[in-house]
Each structure stands twice: as structure tokens, then as C-alpha cells.
Design a protein around this ligand. Structure first.
Ligand SMILES: [Zn+2]
Length: 183
């Protein structure tokens, strides 16, 4: 099969329909309207409330596979909570052509990977910013910088423990507290 053929192959959907018929459903829509699917969908959306792709609130559940155990709700790993917008964008091309299940799954994963990558980059940037010395003006690549940084950290630690000690010393001892109640 050619690349293009694979991209738009609807074989997986055909197999799904055949499977559903064997399971006693009239068609896919009949399955989607049934209690079985409504229950599975509610369970997945309860466990994963945000969209697998974009992280916004999810309203739908995407089938990554139409194997029997997935259709029966026995393999929830292949079901992903997703929002309307992402679902539309993974299942259809811009000119509204239905993509194969394989392509839809690939698109879904890449949307998620992009988001997670962006998030980790932002986290890294924030961390670098936090570690910047306020007034030292030293390069983070210099030995002096890290030396100054560790001194700063030690100072902060000592300061905290001194404050904690002061707080502890003001607290009455258990025996004093007991006497307080009696008196
Ligand atoms: Zn989304």
C-alpha cells in the first residue's frame, strides 16, 4: 500500500463495523448510543479529565484501537480523553478528508509530544531564571558563580534554622502546658 493509501485507509473502520455487528450492534452509531459505550466513556473521562493532546478540558474519548477488548472497555489504555477541537484535527485533514486510524493516532501523539516538549522547555527556562544571581554579575559558567551560589544557599539554610530555633524556644514545654491547664 502506498503512503497516501495508508494515510487515508479506512480499513480499520471497516473492521470495526464488522466486529460491532458480530457483537450484536447495528452499526457504530448504535454502539456509541448504547449503555456499554456511555459507561466506558464516562469512566475514561472521570479518570482523565483533560485532553490528551492539548491539556484543556476533554469532552470526548478517542479509540486508538477497535479491537474487541477495547470496544468492550477491557483495555482502557487504548482510549484517550480528548477535546472536540483536537479530535476534529486528528481525524480529518484541513479539507475535511477522514484520516486512517493509524494517521489519526500519529497526529494525536505528535500534538501531545509538542505540548509536553514546550512545557519542559518553559520549565527549563524558568529554572535558569531562578538560578540567576541577583547582583553578583558573574557568569553561571564560572567557578566563582557556583561558589557564591553555594554560600548563598548555606546562609539561607542557617537563617531558617535560627528562626526555627527561636520559634521552638518560645514554645512552652509539655510540662508547662499541662500546668497551664491545671492552673
Ligand atoms: Zn485538545
Amino acid at each position: 500500500m502506498s503512503r497516501k493509501g495508508k494515510r487515508f485507509s479506512l480499513g480499520a473502520y471497516r473492521n470495526r463495523n464488522e466486529m460491532l455487528e458480530r457483537m450484536g450492534f447495528k452499526n457504530y452509531q448504535d454502539y456509541l448510543n448504547g449503555d456499554l459505550w456511555l459507561d466506558i466513556k464516562a469512566r475514561v473521562l472521570f479518570m482523565y479529565k483533560t485532553c490528551y493532546c492539548c491539556g484543556q478540558k476533554a469532552q470526548l474519548v478517542h479509540h486508538m484501537s477497535y479491537e474487541k477488548d477495547v470496544l468492550l472497555g477491557k483495555n482502557l489504555k487504548m482510549l484517550k480523553s480528548i477535546c472536540h477541537r483536537c479530535h476534529e484535527s486528528i481525524e480529518f485533514t484541513k479539507d475535511n478528508q477522514k484520516l486512517s486510524l493509524h494517521s489519526a493516532n500519529g497526529k494525536m501523539k505528535s500534538l501531545r509530544d509538542n505540548r509536553l516538549h514546550k512545557r519542559s522547555e518553559e520549565k527549563k527556562k524558568r529554572k535558569i531564571k531562578q538560578n540567576q544571581p541577583p547582583t553578583l554579575g558573574l557568569s553561571p559558567f564560572s567557578v566563582e558563580y557556583w561558589h557564591a551560589k553555594s554560600l548563598e544557599r548555606d546562609k539561607a539554610r542557617i537563617h531558617t534554622s535560627k528562626r526555627q530555633m527561636r520559634k521552638l524556644s518560645k514554645m512552652p514545654l509539655p510540662s508547662q502546658r499541662l500546668r497551664g491547664i491545671k492552673g
